[in-house]
Design a binder for this molecule. Structure first.
Ligand code: SF4
Ligand code: SF4
Length: 375
């Protein structure tokens, strides 16, 4: 059935933005869902929706599905209101629209394929490099104690390679976020530190990922909190792994202590806990994705969603395998595979689903600023 073409006064460059504009006009007349999440109160502060407004609202949405389930105008009604799917399409397009440099934004088009190829090439390059550089007796030898990893790859080479790709990722992400922020921030007064803290709190609790406390909708129409729990495990697992790497860097440069560290040492404890989070969370998210009601999803973005989740899973599984088998002859090969996975993860961070967390955080900052300005 064709959706009725309600009047919108703003022109947009994509069909998804045009449809989001139409839906926001319908929802702004109805307002039945205003208690479900941040999207509807933010929408109610506007009468017209330019591209920046719609990208802002789309990145506030967690695709919980509650507004679709509750909506009296969802298909087969002629208004054909499907907010979660439309905002998911706009959100997916926004990653490409704000990507820096623009020449690489095409990586978002067939993202699953692009990330798979980059990861495969990266792992192959590390394995080939290790094999070409080392005598098999070294590569498949047993190395133990401080500095064991650096017998396979000199520390300075590792630091240079990973430092360069990390700095590139930070630069690309920062410039992408700046472009997004400029589009959504408008003329809203600052909001100060309190708005920032509110956004940090809301992001840390995934406050709006529960459809107004009911949970996320699934294909059996029984809402659950599982998606929220798996997001938490993934998010905090990622932070713990990042903390482990940071502490290990401080150990190396400030204390002169070289990896690998004993199992009870802080980098290993943080990395193990983070690794477990990054196994449990991504597996749960993948499973939850297959249980979601298909009418809520932007199925053209399935490859992007799956690719990032699988990259996180590969990072944690190869890291934990390296931890367990580091004092065996498998260490050389496992180290090359783990480094290849981590290198490609860093390289693709600005062009992967990773950015959704950052855009969502900026949208929450803007929401907190607007909420303060309204009171
Ligand atoms: S999603 Fe449906 S019920 Fe909710 S505000 Fe929009 S039109 Fe109303
Ligand atoms: S967060 Fe949930 S309730 Fe809010 S707009 Fe998105 S799908 Fe609808």
């Amino acid at each position: 059935m064709r959706a009725i073409d309600m009047h919108t006064t703003t022109t947009h460059p994509t069909e998804a933005l045009h449809e989001a504009d139409r839906l926001m006009v319908v929802c702004n007349s109805c307002r039945y869902c205003e208690g479900l999440c941040a999207v509807f109160p933010a929408m109610e502060r506007r009468r017209l929706f330019n591209d920046g407004d719609l990208n802002y609202l789309a990145n506030l949405c967690h695709s919980c599905g509650a507004c679709f389930s509750d909506c009296q105008f969802s298909p087969p009604h002629e208004f054909a209101v499907n907010v979660p799917r439309t905002l998911a399409q706009v959100r997916g397009d926004s990653y490409r629209a704000y990507a820096w440099p623009g020449a690489l934004s095409g990586l978002f088009s067939r993202n699953g394929l692009a990330i798979s190829l980059i990861a495969a090439l990266s792992v192959a390059a590390f394995i080939a490099g290790f094999m070409a550089y080392h005598d098999p007796a070294v590569l498949f030898g047993t190395h133990e104690g401080a500095g064991a990893f650096y017998k396979l790859m000199p520390h300075n080479t590792m630091a240079l390679l990973f430092g360069a790709v990390f700095l590139f990722a930070i630069l690309a992400i920062t410039l992408s976020m700046r472009a997004f922020w400029r589009d959504i921030a408008g003329q809203t007064p600052g909001g100060g530190v309190s708005a920032l803290f509110q956004a940090i709190k809301d992001a840390g609790q995934l406050r709006y990922l529960d459809g107004g406390k009911a949970g996320c909708m699934n294909d059996d129409d029984a809402p659950t909190d599982r998606r929220k729990h798996y997001h938490h495990a993934t998010f905090y697992g990622f932070l713990l792994c990042f903390a482990a790497t940071s502490v290990a860097t401080l150990y190396h440069y400030l204390l002169g202590r070289e990896a690998p560290y004993p199992w009870w040492d802080l980098p290993v404890v943080l990395g193990t806990l983070g690794g477990i989070g990054l196994v449990v969370g991504p597996i749960g998210l993948l499973a939850a994705k297959f249980k979601r009601a298909p009418e809520l999803l932007d199925e053209t973005r399935f490859g992007m969603d799956a690719a990032f989740i699988v990259m996180l899973l590969l990072t944690s599984v190869t890291g934990l395998a390296l931890l367990v088998l580091r004092a065996t002859p498998a260490m050389g090969l496992l180290l090359s595979i783990h480094l290849g996975v981590v290198f490609s993860l860093f390289l693709t961070l600005p062009y992967s689903k990773f950015v959704h967390g950052l855009y969502r955080f900026l949208a929450l900052v803007q929401y907190a600023r607007e909420s303060r300005a309204a009171h």
